[in-house]
Ligand binder design. Sequence first.
Ligand SMILES: NC(=O)c1ccc[n+]([C@@H]2O[C@H](COP(=O)([O-])OP(=O)(O)OC[C@H]3O[C@@H](n4cnc5c(N)ncnc54)[C@H](O)[C@@H]3O)[C@@H](O)[C@H]2O)c1
Length: 278
Amino acid sequence: MEQLAGRVAVVTGGGDGIGRALSLTLAAEGMDLVIADVRLERASAVAEEARTLGRRALPVAVDVGDRASVEALADAAYAEFGAVQVLCNNAGVVGVSPLTAVEDANWRWLIQVNLWGVVYGLQTFLPRMLDAGQEGHVVNTASSAGLYPGGSGRQGAYVASKYAVVGMTEALAAELEGSPIGATVLCPTATRTDIFHNAFVGRPDTYGGPRPSRGTLADFEARGDVLPEMMDPMLLARRVVRAIRERRRYVVGDTSEVRANVRDRLQRILDDCDWNEE
Ligand SMILES: NC(=O)c1ccc[n+]([C@@H]2O[C@H](COP(=O)([O-])OP(=O)(O)OC[C@H]3O[C@@H](n4cnc5c(N)ncnc54)[C@H](O)[C@@H]3O)[C@@H](O)[C@H]2O)c1
């Protein structure tokens, strides 16, 4: 999809972190925006930032894990702009527990937001985008945890949700071959956002309620705690813009980390194909 200026993008989880970076970067490319987040006040703040870049921006409250809520988002987007060309299914949450300790409610929450959130986004927007017959693009945010599980990250449930998003997007890209709509899966490595804080304090009561956060990035910095190397979400967002233009299937974060770990994972699979059977 070559031309972004004057077109419309929907970004879920657009109120913070990577979604905010995607929203502002797409606005800088001349796109109008629907910024959707479960925290309306955050979506509104990012919409205000996008407007200072001269674009129209509609903030919408959405729970991506709720089909009716995503349908209402699509209705609001089409009512405001009449078309959507870029869909970023980006909202997501994390959990950190060994697999033996993940509560059922937490499993359900991670899958509902990280996987069903993408499914509902696709089911709700993609048929309308295809019917319009215009160039467009879908960006699904997974994670490097959707390409390899990492070491002792204790994120097995999160990994499961993100592998599903990678697989679904690969299948989608194949389905969309020959159509004017492309699909990209965004696989960030550790990125400078407050996802751990947001997902801990923001877990809904129906899934077990809020958990104590160890603090925001700003709290860590104020305490002088050393944070691991993390990517700038704006750099990822610029790569997403290129991926949309060049119809690339993957955007990854730290390229040397991803190269090494993907190679290692594939090598293990290939090694275990070798049975030396007579
Ligand atoms: N930050 C990282 O290191 C990292 C690494 C790999 C993948 N990711 C993925 O990137 C995406 C964005 O994460 P981030 O780091 O920007 O986190 P973030 O917490 O800064 O932003 C996520 C946004 O999604 C919103 N959200 C949460 N649940 C929602 C729901 N049910 N409906 C709608 N909005 C909801 C939050 O309010 C928040 O504003 C996620 O899918 C995450 O899994 C992040």
